[in-house]
Design a protein around this ligand. Structure first.
Ligand code: IPE
Ligand code: IPE
Ligand code: MG
Length: 247
């Protein structure tokens, strides 16, 4: 029986988020420059998008470039930008065939014009699709996102449109870039690092975390199914007792 067959179809997380880490180390292990690892990371993305669609995941958020990644050597940042443009162009057809809708979260204004152009064209081409919602986190950082939200809330208060005592979780969330998207039930990080690196800090308050040793370019849909299987064996208590959950 394959891992996919073992999955409880009624308990598939509707939103999975992935920190795709380990490209540089993968390249080094193969005696190559870091960008070689990023290039091979695209194959992992392809497989995971396919797998997520197959088992009925509704939203898949992939952390592809953080606000802190801008501080990497210029050559790596430039190479990542070109790879992004290339991957978007190359994958749009397949994504469309698989009925995938594309979205983006992050400070995309920081991106070169060509990247923004290609990205928004692709998003537009796929906008009527009804299958998996693939969300790319690009130039994304939680602290950036939360500060942006706080600024907007402060504006509302200044204009007298809302009273501080009326600020609820729901009101605050409506200013986050994930507005309208449910919180991820499952977060996966590859490469054996046990940290969050400024990813979806507000949204993962009750998310199940899954850390895997594999480096991102080696990750495939079967690994995604393994993580979902592990998720399905967890008891999510949300602060309650086990007895309350089981009753
Ligand atoms: C993840 O792989 C991709 C990005 C952050 C863009 P890394 O490039 O961080 O690879 P390692 O962690 O150095 O191996
Ligand atoms: C996190 O990976 C960001 C992405 C995967 C895009 P990093 O490699 O940048 O994280 P740190 O620096 O190891 O925490
Ligand atoms: Mg890394």
């Amino acid at each position: 029986m394959s891992v996919k067959d073992k999955l409880n179809k009624d308990l598939i997380p509707s939103h999975i988020a992935i920190i795709m880490d380990g490209n540089g180390r993968w390249a080094a292990r193969h005696g190559n420059a870091r960008i070689f690892g990023h290039e091979h990371g695209v194959e992992a993305v392809r497989s995971v998008v396919e797998g997520a669609s197959e088992v009925g995941v509704r939203h898949l958020t992939l952390y592809a470039f953080s606000t802190e990644n801008w501080a990497r050597p210029k050559e790596e940042v430039n190479a990542l930008m070109s790879l992004l443009v290339h991957a978007i162009e190359q994958e749009t057809g397949k994504l469309n065939k698989n009925n995938v809708r594309l979205g983006v979260i992050g400070d995309v204004e920081q991106f070169p014009l060509e990247v923004k152009d290609k990205l928004f064209k692709c998003i537009n081409n796929l906008k009527t699709n009804t299958g998996l919602h693939l969300i790319l986190a690009l130039s994304y950082g939680s602290r950036w996102e939360i500060i942006e939200a706080v600024r907007k809330v402060a504006d509302y208060i200044k204009q007298g449109s809302v009273l501080p005592e009326n600020i609820t979780n729901e009101f605050f969330e409506s200013f986050l870039s994930t507005k309208g998207i449910p919180d991820p039930e499952l977060l996966i990080r590859t490469s054996g690092e046990y940290r969050i690196s400024n990813f979806l800090l507000w949204q993962i308050a009750y998310t199940e975390l899954c850390f895997v040793e594999k480096l991102w370019p080696d990750f495939r849909k079967e690994d995604l199914f393994e993580a979902i299987l592990e998720f399905q064996a967890r008891e999510r208590r949300f602060g309650k007792t086990s007895e309350q959950i089981l009753s």
